[in-house]
Design a protein around this ligand. Sequence first.
Ligand code: NAD
Length: 246
Amino acid sequence: MLNGKVAIVTGGTRGIGFSIVKKFLENGAKVALLGSRKETVDQALQKLKQINNQYEVIGFCPVLHSENEVKECCSKVANTFGKIDILVNNAGISSRTRLEDYTEDEYDKIANLNIKSAFICSKVASSYLKDTKGVILNTSSMVSIYGQPSGVMYPVSKFAINGLTKSLARELAPFSVRVNAIAPGITETDMVKQLPKEVIEPLITTIPLGRIGTTDDVANAFLFLASDMATYITGEILQVDGGARS
Ligand code: NAD
């Protein structure tokens, strides 16, 4: 579905991002995965090469909210693979801190990674994406629909991601660049796998499809929206949450 396409995936070293990278490679794309540390980037690259050593995949660890570092990274990707067709803004951290316990540092950390990085990466990549009539995909969350009872900056950042998605969809539509977001429900990443049964089971009862999503469930939605199957879809926030709505 992505033969000949070139993709950048932030937060591609593990969890949902790693599944997106794998899915894109399986479907013929060349991929640059970005992570926070060289060590984890190298581990992810090694894992992918073990699956298939023909995969065309490279990795970098720029500071994602630094315009200069992201510029340098995008130009390395374009020099290596010739162009950029797809940007996935997936890197993100969550929070459970109570309002009165928030520090300015924690506010800045979440805002910088979850919001500013997606803004900077979209800004820098847009000139490449205009050339290829490309695609921006953002990882939102179910909390962007109805909030959560603590860690307020996490849902705030995901509401911002939805705003970025809807507004850039309008701004970039004249250049045939599509911008969409996927809003996953609770997804079985390493962190979720470690939660005890007593925490997981009550959560499952709130999901109509009766199970937690897999990273593959979520990556399939990214694949669809990145592909030419979705050429008339832009400004969409696609919920991938087993029907959970409250
Ligand atoms: P994860 O913690 O497993 O992976 C996070 C990724 O982000 C890693 O690749 C990591 O290298 C990268 N990252 C973290 N800090 C970084 C930094 N400072 N600079 C650059 N990269 C950094 O997380 P995940 O659960 O796979 O989450 C991925 C995205 O999905 C996030 O945006 C998250 O908000 C969203 N999400 C996750 C769930 C879930 O249940 N897991 C649900 C809804 C939305």
